[in-house]
Design a protein around this ligand. Sequence first.
Ligand code: SF4
Length: 325
Amino acid sequence: MSAVMINAKNVTRNFSISRGMFRGKQILRAVSGVDLTVKKGEVLALVGESGCGKTTLAKIILGLLPQTTGSVDLCGQSIMDLPRLELARTIQPIFQDPYSSLNPRKTIGSIIGLPMRVQGVENSATIRRKVQKTMDLVGLAARHYNAYPNQLSGGQRQRVAIARALVNRPQIVVCDEPTSALDVSVQSQILNLLSDLRKELNLTYIIISHNLAVVEHIATRVAVMYLGRLVEEAKTSILFNNPHHPYTRALLESVLTPEPDLGIPNTQLGASYPNPIDPPSGCAFHPRCAQVMPHCAMTPPLSNNVNGRFVECHIYNDDSAENAD
Ligand code: SF4
């Protein structure tokens, strides 16, 4: 059985939002009671509309943002107990924009070697050797060692960002929209590189993406977020072939096809995305749900694990979940 690399339990993150002078503050619940387990070698995709809390959840898992309540364990240890440097050796981020995430005044060799120096490696020859090995691993030519970011293409810069994340050989990598800033022609190269590196280095990924084609290509499991909640989680093939939650169905139906005769897809989403400061009561999806029922005014329970799938919807409550699959 694969080891559990990430175990998040009942994670909540609140932000205090000012409503203006004399009007006090209001609480924005960006992440609300999320449970998440990621095993070694898995690629878990977090999907959902902007503002659903996926980036906040990723930042909590990276140790960049403290959770308000709940716990996160990495490789069996609470992130609260992990020293900063050990946390950085265990988990690393790759951000979406390779243009702004690289220091334009530093050479590629210096950028990729920085995490080694942060970890206390001082021997220049050791750093150079490891950096060159990692550049080779991500498909960057040795001649780029002394180049600057503005001398590279977008795809090459993203390879630099990947090399920087991997130079200390972390076990977990969080990729936030790893291809969204790239030309379509290089997106698949970067996705294939990430897949190859996962196998070669035995990595575990969390991928945040709006692009469901990317998710279907690379993820082994998908977690769908809506207004800070995980509303459905399943293996990628199961979720794409037979989505259960009405929101997951709407997300999949919103994908544009290359066939112009099919027109703009109708997602059946009745209303716009609600204000996260004032979320709807009961099932937060109910104002937009095509299958809303009277008892959706109450918060739905999370269904039992059936074939590795969890759904937070009254249609798939514990009694009917067995039949629903
Ligand atoms: Fe729709 Fe009700 Fe399910 Fe919410 S609980 S997704 S409103 S059917």
